[in-house]
Design a protein around this ligand. Structure first.
Ligand SMILES: [Zn+2]
Length: 172
């Protein structure tokens, strides 16, 4: 049985802008708990930096699978007050541009993988292949149609299976 309390230190990837708190299993899924670390995020409307936190919230971000396990990132992000009186925003959610685009629910590397599968295998076949590879997809949209709308904003390495392969999930 792997030491799950120290699991974050053996992850073969980092979460830009975050610190990994824990890695755990939930059924057949690998969950990565994390929190954001930007000291003074900038308001996206006016550029004013703020350290005055309004609240925290949990994001659910799907990532590439590790071996046979779907991976879900759970970064605890924050909302801040904007203290610029001229700004139309009273509060703003901090952005994690190097981890996941604003309001996106997939990492850029997962989006790229799904796009590539969609282009190579086509819509329905691509969706079936993605499901078989433990990559989440939406039933209403084929991998190919999703690919046409995806615009990844940055590049990251792929998840390696070897280092966290010991964190095997139970088969579903
Ligand atoms: Zn502002």
């Amino acid at each position: 049985m792997p030491d799950m309390s120290n699991a974050a230190s053996i992850l073969p990837f980092t979460l830009p802008g975050c610190i990994v708190d824990a890695v755990r299993n939930a059924g057949a899924t690998l969950l990565v708990d994390a929190h954001t670390t930007q000291p003074c995020p900038q308001c996206p409307a006016c550029g004013h930096a703020s350290a005055r936190m309004h609240s925290r919230y949990l994001r659910l971000v799907r990532d590439l699978p590790d071996t046979d396990c779907p991976v879900r990132l759970l970064p605890r992000a924050r909302r801040f007050f904007c203290d610029d009186d001229a700004c139309p925003k009273r509060t703003f959610a901090e952005r994690l541009p190097d981890l996941v685009p604003y309001r996106a629910r997939r990492t850029p590397r997962l989006i790229r993988a799904l796009r590539d599968i969609g282009f190579a295998a086509g819509g329905e076949a691509g969706a079936r292949l993605a499901a078989r590879l433990c990559m989440p997809h939406e039933r209403r949209r084929s991998a190919a149609s999703m690919a046409s709308t995806c615009r990844p904003s940055s590049t990251h390495g792929c998840l390696g299976g070897s280092a966290i392969g010991s964190l095997r999930c139970r088969p579903s």
